[in-house]
Design a binder for this molecule. Sequence first.
Ligand code: BG6
Length: 369
Amino acid sequence: EKGGFATFMEKEIYDQPQAVADTLLGRSDAEGNLILDELRISEDELKSIRKIIVLACGTSSYAGMVAKYAIERWCRIPVEVELSHEFRYRDPIIDANTLVVSISQSGETMDTLMAVRYAKEQGARTVSICNTNGSTIPRESDAVLYTHAGPEIAVASTKAFLAQITAAYLLGLYMAQLTKKLYSQEIKDILADLAEIPAKVQQILDNASQIKDLARAMAEASSVLFLGRNVGYPVALEGALKLKELAYIHAEGFAAGELKHGPIALIDEGQPVFVVVPSPMDRHSLHAKVVSNIQEVRARGAKTIVVAEAGDETVKEYAEQVFYVPETQPMLMPLLTTVPLQIFACELATAKGYDVDQPRNLAKSVTVE
Ligand code: BG6
């Protein structure tokens, strides 16, 4: 059942090309029109949406952060992302023109379920991005977009995360199509780039020995920092979370721009810092800014480990190690840059002798508030 792998976690990391491909499968017709699984909201209601609130916990909330960048860019609708347990208890402002998008692998996370119920009571429309057919959250939502990652057994989420990001992109494209904020050719182009992602994830998996070697060499690290910017920011947060969950190592993810406002004080000799570098093609020209962040931490003694796009030669000079991922459009990069960070955490935890499938103190699905 582990498909020849020693652990479910490893199997699920290697399942990711399939998880993304299956989530894309059958989601668009020949004209490139997107299809939701269950839609109990009219298209007119969807067109009247003025605000989107994404609700989730843990890894799923980082998929939500990626969703914010994509939906705002493609649909020009304001998107807030909030942890489900914070949302409910702050008197959020919701009305019939608010779309609440919940993201949950299990569909049973109590915090998220309660937040969705609350949003419905307040009159919001609700969409569920979920990996578990017929679970409670999709059942109680107005519309559903299933992630087809297959059952995820390991407690810490990997393949569900990539599938959630994929589904979030599809939802963004669907909304952009309804509201005509993107030309149909633009939607087709993004779908074509998405279709190439599974093979690119496979390439990363096929070339994992460098990151695994690094993970084993770093088994004694006591703290690891992760920096990212724009869509790389949630990737940095997820890289840090995986290391906490699997290897019990203190790890923090930061928005790279925030470095100078505090976290740089943490840097001293030998501090490992992962940096998720934006594409050199990013339209906000963030690449140069993040490269200068690498220089800043390195000048203070950090051991810099960089995840960058293939062909990006500029980072080599400042990085102790560079992990290249295949090129794609900047918005889609999280589907690739996350993978080396997952492999790193899994391999490091395995080197320490920990049970990566059942980390201490954690549960796969938290059904209490
Ligand atoms: C946690 C799991 O408790 O719940 C995480 O250990 C997961 O891996 C989080 O990301 C949210 O779960 P779900 O099922 O709502 O996505």
